[in-house]
Design a protein around this ligand. Structure first.
Ligand code: SF4
Length: 383
């Protein structure tokens, strides 16, 4: 049976053995999405996500900016053109990273269950690098950042990390596991300031409460590891810094929350499928075709991105390049596609319920064109 006909995973993902802050937030946001993405689907170890070319290019640029932001931060945010800045570019593997990412993705797309001959990244590695450099230049402000000196990279964590910090003044990529909970974090930077220890994480994008929560969890890890509570946590963005004071009471609350939350989320992931939490993310959720409740809220919402998601019942074939179908609302839809796309559709579509992802609406939504990147899932559950 092809991937697009499988109605459920063939091997369900188990709950994680150790938890990071991001894992907790992701599972809390929607246990089902986390579970379906990490489950085995036939020959695939995980759900084979097939992003659009534009989304992929955006992700390559974002990942490169993320690496460079972190590398600059760990070197004390050096000025453009300085030797330290050049070293940060090398640490981040900034320029070579584009060619590698483009070739990796091309390979992954080719081995995807529905490769689609016309589906290739449009931008070259060089164009993506130029786009990233432009964005970085617009935002990066070496002055005014909370870090001021290069940090010692923690290749191997000494047992007495507290003394090591006193000696080095700033250390980077500090991996700490909670002594009692299955919770760990890799802290971008820990620095010794005159008033105490500061925990710093380097971020691209906009300030968010998620960043504060992650930093407070890191502060908890440092406190439990060293018995020394940090005085402050800071999220350093390319052009600004957000800081929050740390109190022992706040750290105790964070810890009590983890003690409660981890077993609850573990239980949630033991269900098959795990509970769905439909919300604003459903219309871009990669597993939405296999989640009826999320599909119901996401189908219309996809329109805001100009994408055509539609659940259709096929009524009749109309030649080699199309079929007639009815939508969830009962409207008649003419589905059209070219010969290359036709080869990639399920063999027998008559009478089937299909969920179409990322088609293109035309003629006032009476026609849906299937593109090279469109995916078509067969649905067996009752409408
Ligand atoms: S479609 Fe929505 S509810 Fe369903 S798995 Fe995705 S995020 Fe969760």
């Amino acid at each position: 049976m092809s991937f697009y006909e499988l109605q459920a995973p063939t091997e369900w993902a188990a709950p994680p053995l150790t938890w990071s802050s991001t894992t907790i937030d992701d599972i809390e946001a929607c246990p089902r999405r986390w579970q379906l993405l990490r489950s085995g689907w036939g020959e695939h170890d995980r759900f084979p996500v097939r992003p659009s070319p534009a989304a992929l290019e955006g992700q390559i640029v974002h990942d490169a900016l993320d690496r460079l932001t972190r590398a600059c931060g760990q070197r004390g945010n050096p000025a453009f053109g300085s030797a330290e800045f050049a070293a940060a570019l090398a640490d981040a593997d900034f320029f070579p990273g584009f060619a590698r990412a483009v070739s990796d993705w091309q390979q992954r797309l080719t081995s995807h269950p529905r490769p689609g001959p016309a589906f290739r990244l449009r931008a070259t590695a060089e164009e993506l690098a130029n786009r990233s450099v432009r964005m970085f230049r617009e935002q990066y402000k070496p002055e005014g950042c909370s870090t001021s000196q290069a940090a010692e990279h923690a290749t191997e964590m000494p047992a007495d990390v507290r003394s090591w910090l006193r000696q080095k003044r700033a250390i980077s990529e500090v991996k700490i596991t909670h002594p009692e909970l299955p919770f760990l974090g890799i802290i971008d930077r820990v620095q010794q300031e005159p008033d105490g220890v500061e925990i710093v994480d380097f971020k691209t994008g906009k300030p968010s409460d998620k960043h504060r929560r992650q930093l407070m969890r890191y502060a908890l890890l440092w406190w439990r590891k060293t018995k020394d509570a940090p005085v402050r946590v800071s999220a350093q963005y390319l052009d600004s810094v957000e800081s929050w004071l740390v109190t022992q009471g706040a750290l105790e609350d964070i810890e009590a929350d983890l003690v409660k939350k981890i077993p609850l989320l573990t239980d949630a992931l033991s269900e098959r499928p795990a509970a769905a939490k439909p919300g604003t993310g459903c219309h871009t959720c990669p597993v939405r075709a296999r989640c009826a409740v999320g599909w119901a809220v996401g189908e219309e919402a996809a329109l805001v991105d100009g994408r055509g998601d539609a659940e259709l019942v096929v009524k009749a074939k109309a030649g080699e390049h199309g079929f007639l179908a009815s939508s969830r609302a009962g409207a008649e839809i003419a589905v059209v596609y070219d010969a290359a796309v036709a080869k990639l559709l399920p063999e027998h579509v008559d009478g089937q319920v299909l969920r179409v992802l990322d088609g293109v609406w035309k003629e006032k939504r009476s026609q849906l064109e299937l593109k090279a990147w469109t995916e078509v899932f067969v649905v067996k559950e009752a409408r």
